[in-house]
Design a protein around this ligand. Structure first.
Ligand SMILES: [Zn+2]
Length: 320
């Protein structure tokens, strides 16, 4: 192990932080996770993340200088290479120089990526799309997000916020309100949080749905609709056709625009609802410009919870 190149990957989510020492082959060698404390100030979070690093290094018998650098995947809008988090709604952060804070605390160079960028890079370097140069990665979980690898490079856009596919509009300005403040975004209809909220609102008028969750509406989630759809319940099937069709059309448009060789799909909503995913894929295939969709590989994310950590670490290892 001495001399082996390794980096630290950090996954900074809305409620949890996870750190891992990752080697050049993308393997997680040691990892620690913590629930973020009550104090979500940048200084407190920096301290909490830094506190997870020592035990990982101790487990491997390594010192801090064994790390080539630190890569962070954050559920946030990130200002390019500056390491500044422009907006992290779940942490209540605006214009926080998180990269600089963490670099000062750990004494290692830090690169901050948007979480979907980190996931996309992880899947391209070490996961489902290994070795491919033009890849679109889309996750449908609590929200909907995407990452783009074009010509073998992560494409973050001029302002660092490329890939925000959840906020592509599928309805007009009278459409459902989205967390971004806009209306008619696909995330407003199919993001796990918004969909669950909507299901709770309609459940009183949908006896089969209320029954499938045992009458406890607070526990309703998209998987309940999937259960009904698998039984052939008409309203559930229609809902999946409608909502799955929305995402399928958005993906078809993205593929028509970008002509990737692979589309990697992931996230808890799609993973937990094969019937929904089938609708997404059906509409995608039907609506994409034929020449753009030729040879398109539809893949499932392969790295699970590790994708962001592995991708952020890999990005740092390859940069230096
Ligand atoms: Zn939106």
């Amino acid at each position: 192990m001495p001399g082996e190149r390794m980096a630290l990957g950090v996954d900074l989510g809305a409620t949890n932080a996870r750190v891992a020492v990752v080697d050049a082959s993308g393997r997680v060698r040691a990892a620690r996770r913590a629930r973020l404390g009550e104090d979500r100030s940048p200084e407190a979070v920096t301290e909490q993340v830094a506190g997870l690093v020592g035990p990982c290094l101790d487990e491997l018998g390594l010192g801090q200088d064994a790390l080539a650098g630190v890569g962070v995947g954050a559920a946030a809008q990130v200002r390019g290479a500056s390491g500044v988090i422009a907006l992290a709604p779940n942490l209540g952060w605006r214009e926080v120089p998180f990269g600089a804070l963490l670099a000062a605390r750990l004494g290692r160079p830090v690169r901050v990526l948007n979480d979907l960028d980190a996931i996309a890079w992880g899947e391209v370097r070490h996961g489902a799309a290994r070795g491919l140069r033009d890849v679109l990665v889309v996750f449908c979980g609590t929200g909907i997000g995407g990452g783009l690898v074009l010509g073998g490079r992560l494409h973050s856009g001029a302002g660092g916020v490329a890939g925000e596919i959840g906020h592509v509009k599928v309805r007009g300005s009278d459409g459902a309100l989205c967390g971004c403040g806009g209306r008619g975004c696909v995330e407003a209809y199919l993001g796990g949080k918004n969909l669950s909220d909507w299901l709770r609102a309609v459940a009183p008028g949908w006896p089969a749905l209320a029954e499938v969750c045992g009458g406890d509406l607070s526990g309703l989630h998209p998987g309940c609709v999937e259960t009904l759809a698998q039984r052939g319940e008409a309203r559930a099937c229609a809902l999946w056709a409608e909502r799955g069709g929305m995402l399928g059309e958005v993906l078809a448009n993205a593929v028509t625009l970008l002509n990737p060789s692979a589309l990697v799909l992931g996230g808890t909503v799609l993973a937990g609802a094969p019937g929904l995913r089938q609708e997404v894929e059906r509409v995608l295939r039907a609506r994409v410009l034929a020449v753009s969709g030729e040879g398109l590989q539809l893949l499932s994310a392969a790295l699970g919870d590790d994708a962001g950590l592995v991708g952020a670490a890999a990005h740092v290892l390859e940069e230096r």
